[in-house]
Design a protein around this ligand. Structure first.
Ligand code: ASP
Length: 331
């Protein structure tokens, strides 16, 4: 009799558990963010600086998560998170972006919707406070994907997007880095933090299983000739497809363009049957390294699994999901 009850209980549990797990996964919400990868020296970073980075990463992560928790879309969550990092002076996007050779901030951003495969991007804008919002408008309100420079700003004006004077983006630290880069004739973020990039991005999965990716950057210190990196190039620094995953990248952009990193990871998942974690690891530690690229990616797959992979010393990053994970990390 007792054995019968035990067996019956086990049978019930065996039937009930997988159903509950599957239901849980279906409505799983998850978000990951990054604030750039590179040589981030523990020795040179003061406790106060580290606290400031962590605070702004945490604010961005929680703002994005709050959108998902309230039933909002992955697109809205990604924009909410990236906007906060653009407004923070610590990251190389929006306020605090790096300077080009001429001493001007030129900003790039992109967003992609994994449900429709629609995408919007801007490159080389100089007066848009939140380039990620303009990228979203390109996606939502035009039949185009990528607008550049003056044309992109004309579109911003038409859409009623407030433009800011170039001086809004200025920070002393970035100016010093430009001067040093000019002296040594280097094209990179240099200074105390040689090789530190600082681009920002977010990937998210909402309750309905829709994925989104968003990336925003000032590019590289001392860049010239209208140089554009991987961030606004769909498939290179930014990609999302509900059938596989959503990716936002940071690192030496030229290599990410040549390896089509974000799309490559999603393609390996979709066609090669790899997990997003395996695909990201292979591409970041093998494909990229083989051609000399450094940096990292954040990935969310269609089940809401988050991966943060980098081949540099550190990557400013954060992850949060409805299973209770909440993590902010640098090294
Ligand atoms: N990937 C960006 C670029 O090359 C730089 C960065 O990640 O900080 O424009």
């Amino acid at each position: 009799m007792r054995a019968g009850i035990v067996i019956a209980a086990w049978t019930l549990l065996a039937v009930a558990l997988p159903v509950r797990a599957a239901d849980g996964d279906k409505s799983m919400i998850a978000i990951a963010i990054h604030g750039g990868a590179g040589v981030i020296s523990r020795v040179l970073m003061t406790e106060e600086q580290e606290r400031a980075y962590r605070t702004d990463l945490g604010r961005a992560l929680d703002a994005g998560y709050a959108v998902l928790e309230a039933g909002g879309t992955s697109l809205d969550a990604a924009v909410a998170a990236v906007r906060i990092l653009e407004d923070s002076p610590y990251f190389n996007a929006g306020k605090g972006a790096v300077f080009n050779h001429a001493g001007v901030n030129e900003l790039d951003a992109a967003i992609m919707d994994g449900k429709t495969l629609k995408a919007g991007a801007v490159a080389g804008v100089r007066h848009v406070r939140n380039p990620i919002e303009l990228a979203r408008l390109v996606m939502d309100r035009t039949s185009h994907v990528l607008l550049t420079g003056e044309g992109a700003e004309e579109f911003a004006l038409e859409q009623g997007v407030a433009l800011v004077p170039g001086s809004y983006f200025y920070t002393e630290r970035r100016w010093q880095q430009l001067e040093e880069a000019r002296r040594s004739d280097k094209v990179a973020a240099t200074g105390e933090d040689i090789g530190y990039f600082g681009t920002v991005g977010a990937v998210a999965r909402d309750r309905d299983g829709n994925l989104a990716a968003a990336t925003s950057t000032g590019g590289l210190t001392n860049k010239r000739w209208g140089r554009v990196g991987d961030s606004p190039i769909i498939g290179a620094g930014t990609y999302a497809d509900n059938a596989s995953c959503a990716v936002s990248a940071t690192g030496s952009g030229e290599y990410f363009i040549r390896a089509v990193v974000a799309h490559e990871i999603c393609a390996r998942v979709r066609l090669g049957g790899r997990s997003a974690a395996d695909a990201a690891r292979d591409v970041v530690h093998k494909t990229l390294v083989d051609i000399g690229g450094d940096g990292g990616v954040i990935v969310v797959d269609r089940n809401g699994e988050l991966t943060m992979e980098f081949n540099t010393e550190g990557m400013f990053r954060g992850a949060r999901d409805s299973r209770g994970r909440r993590e902010i990390a640098i090294y």
